[in-house]
Unconditional design. Structure first.
Length: 170
C-alpha cells in the first residue's frame, strides 16, 4: 500500500466516527423538528442538507482535534475535557446550523442582510431552543464517549461493547 493510500485510509477512518455520529444525530434532530413543525407550512431540511451538515461538522471535529488547545485538561478528571470539548463542538454546531438556515433565507431574499433579518424574525425560538438542547445533550454523549475511548483505548472499548475478537479467544 502506498503512502498516499495509507494516508487516505487513515483520514477516512478518523472521519467516520464523528461523521456517523453527527449523521445519526442530525437526522434524529431533523425528524424531531419535522414532527414539531407538522402542519405549520415551515419548510423542513432535506436529508441531503442534513447529511452535508454532518459531513462538515465531522470534518470540523477532526480539525478542532488538531488544535493545540483542544485537549486542554489531559491530566485532570475526564469531566474537564468533556465540558471543554462540548463547548467547542456546540459552538461549531451552532455556527453550522445558523449558516445553513441563513443560506436558505439569503436565497429567498436575495440579500445577506435581509436574509439574516428574515431568519431572526421567522425563527420559532422555543423550537430552536428545544432542538439546541437536544443537540447539546447528544454532543455531551459524544464527547463523553470520545474521552472514555481516549483513556481506555479503542481496542478495549470495542472488546467491552462487542466482545473479544475471535483471534483473541482461547
Amino acid at each position: 500500500m502506498s503512502k498516499l493510500t495509507a494516508k487516505i485510509r487513515e483520514e477516512i477512518e478518523a472521519l467516520l466516527p464523528p461523521t456517523i455520529f453527527f449523521l445519526v444525530t442530525f437526522h434524529l434532530i431533523a425528524l424531531i423538528r419535522e414532527l414539531m413543525l407538522e402542519g405549520t407550512g415551515i419548510p423542513i431540511n432535506t436529508s441531503l442538507s442534513v447529511t452535508i451538515a454532518a459531513l462538515v461538522l465531522g470534518k470540523s471535529v477532526l480539525i478542532a482535534d488538531m488544535l493545540p488547545f483542544i485537549n486542554r485538561y489531559p491530566d485532570k478528571p475526564l469531566i474537564y475535557n468533556v465540558v471543554w470539548k462540548t463547548v467547542i463542538y456546540t459552538i461549531a454546531a451552532t455556527v453550522i446550523r445558523y449558516l445553513e438556515s441563513l443560506i436558505d433565507c439569503w436565497r429567498a431574499t436575495g440579500s445577506l442582510a435581509e436574509g439574516n433579518r428574515k431568519l431572526l424574525a421567522e425563527t420559532i425560538w422555543p423550537h430552536f431552543w428545544a432542538i439546541h438542547i437536544l443537540l447539546i445533550v447528544l454532543i455531551i454523549c459524544y464527547c463523553t464517549m470520545r474521552e472514555l475511548v481516549r483513556v481506555i483505548g479503542r481496542r478495549k472499548v470495542m472488546e467491552m461493547f462487542f466482545g473479544t475478537p475471535p483471534e483473541h479467544r482461547p
